[in-house]
Design a protein around this ligand. Sequence first.
Ligand SMILES: Cc1cc2nc3c(=O)[nH]c(=O)nc-3n(C[C@H](O)[C@H](O)[C@H](O)COP(=O)(O)O)c2cc1C
Length: 352
Amino acid sequence: MIEQSGQTNTVAESQVDVVRRNSAPFNPWRLSVAPMIAWTDRHCRFFHRLLTREARLYTEMITTGALIHGNVPLHLDFNEVEHAVALQLGGSEPADLAHCAKLGERWGYDEINLNCGCPSERVLKGAFGACLMNEPQLVADGVKAMRDAVSIPVTVKHRIGIDDETRYSFVRDFVGTIADAGCEVFIVHARNAWLKGLSPKENREIPPLRYEVAHQLKRDFPQLTIVINGGITNDEAVEHHLAHVDGVMVGREAYHRPWWLTEWDARYFGAAPSTLTMDEVEDAMCAYIERACAKREDLYWPAITRHMLGMRQGLKGSRRWRQVLSDFRLKHGPVREAFALAHQPAAAAVTA
Ligand SMILES: Cc1cc2nc3c(=O)[nH]c(=O)nc-3n(C[C@H](O)[C@H](O)[C@H](O)COP(=O)(O)O)c2cc1C
């Protein structure tokens, strides 16, 4: 099924190239799926790549410590089909960042993104995440060290302020300092991070969104690629922001309503529309899951199907479909049987 869709898309791709050559230069950051810990692992990215060939995908944040002291292939291996895919790093020591960026480039990633937006507390050595916004020069040094080490783009994802610091000059100077170190792409999660008193989840919901700050950054730094993120859940909002900035990054809505991604290639990249049906996507995922589970005996299919649970949202039978595909008690059975069971009407399944 994947191969078939690949053939269809090869033809479509040449048409897309013609469109691209004759119109504005291709902007790879126009629409992307956000890095999300425990969500955008390689299996999720494989699934998303079936739905959109064009949108940029991001890994979960991987700390420099995990790469320096841990199992590098476990953290960095990915499927070739995932391109374009960016590796997001969490860390602050320039030498460590440079080392990990080099690993990422060697592994074949298309971009290294530095996380300056995660509302984590300081860690033992240095810091990572949003608190780095208080140390723009350290971030600039890290960006420079990574840029010196690799030839792929080095980008930064950040918030618009920390705690009750809401002056525009704070984020403007942060971006300016990092841009002076050579960073050309900024992904702006358009709310403050409150480092004390809020959980990471609350930090994605409670600090108010201030989109106009990201729009102003684009006006002040027209030469930079500014991507906006936070609370963007439909085409109307995407189109609104694309009139002000270069790109939109979507997180939770992409994960929970993945079928939306099938509209992105045609609508936002001038590419051929996706032709895969939900049944074909399921079939492709089954084949993928069988291969993945055959390679790793500690991997069970619900760890992969969990990323698909939003696909049939709102359709008849979707509740049962979700229940079966998230039922870890069934994990020892073949995945194809689980999908078959998921499609049976509830009553039939009980008597079966
Ligand atoms: C489960 C979860 C995990 C996340 N992990 C990361 C992460 O690893 N790195 C990061 O920069 N942001 C992370 N985020 C934040 C998202 O990338 C994004 O900035 C945020 O969800 C706002 O976008 P949205 O409203 O479109 O979801 C995470 C968000 C969620 C929901």
